[in-house]
Design a protein around this ligand. Structure first.
Ligand code: SF4
Length: 233
């Protein structure tokens, strides 16, 4: 099932060569490079002039644009192939991630590995990242100003990687990527399409650890993700 939200989401227009985006501006339907991907973010606010993910990572590693960098050990930028077709986005690094410098390596990460394995998706093919790149102290939720600052990196990551599918793991990712008012329990399990990228919101693996009742819906969601991923042209 695909949900469409006017203004935010659009089906890729079939049988159309061109799409009108402004009064007299006509661009090819699959050229979204000039449009921001994340809601509420201006393209000029992100790192649009950076053409290489390694260069972007170098900038992020030096970043001190918000207070989260003061208390974390290191920036956890994200990992995976620079041309991954599937991107998983969580909330932010936890203690294990902060120590190891990699996303999703703690308990929730191990559970995510199991889910991916059950869905026959090789983790090494997937790009995995977070909304914020520095661990919030005590694993608190990132504050809105911290998300606002760090989402510029996420915007640039998406534009550089150009995935076909993005999976939002949990509320924070869904609210950052889909809609600030998104409620994960209401929107999970349904595909959305923006700029030709399919987006699936589902529960965060950490929520499964707290509430085993989420296992069934998450597995249903990942079966859909597996099928879409395996059927990519
Ligand atoms: S959380 Fe993001 S914006 Fe804040 S210091 Fe870390 S990398 Fe920079």
């Amino acid at each position: 099932m695909t949900n469409e939200q006017p203004g935010l989401f659009e089906e890729f227009p079939e049988n159309r060569e061109e799409i009108e985006v402004e009064s007299d501006l006509i661009v090819q339907a699959d050229d979204y490079s000039h449009l921001p991907f994340l809601p509420g973010l201006g393209r000029e606010e992100a790192y649009a002039d950076i053409k290489d993910i390694i260069e972007l990572e170098k900038i992020a590693r030096e970043c001190r644009r918000c207070r989260l960098r003061e208390s974390c050990s290191q920036v956890v930028f994200g990992e995976g192939p620079p041309d991954a077709r599937l991107m998983l986005i969580g909330e932010g690094p936890g203690q294990d991630e902060d120590i190891q410098g990699q996303p999703f390596v703690g308990k929730a990460g191990k559970l995510l590995d199991k889910i991916l394995e059950a869905a026959e998706i090789n983790r090494s093919e997937v790009y995995i990242g977070n909304v914020v790149k520095c661990r919030p102290p005590g694993n608190r939720l990132p504050n809105p100003d911290e998300v606002k600052e760090c989402q510029k990196y996420l915007e640039a990551q998406i534009k550089l990687i150009k995935p076909s599918i993005i999976v939002c793991l949990g509320s924070m990712a869904s609210q950052t990527l889909i809609d600030p008012k998104a409620k994960i329990s209401r929107i999970r399990g349904s595909w959305l399409i923006r700029q030709g990228i399919k987006i699936m919101p589902t529960f965060h693996p950490a929520a499964l650890l707290r509430n085993p009742g989420y296992k069934r819906p998450v597995w249903e969601d990942f079966k859909q993700i597996r099928d879409e991923y395996k059927n990519l042209p």
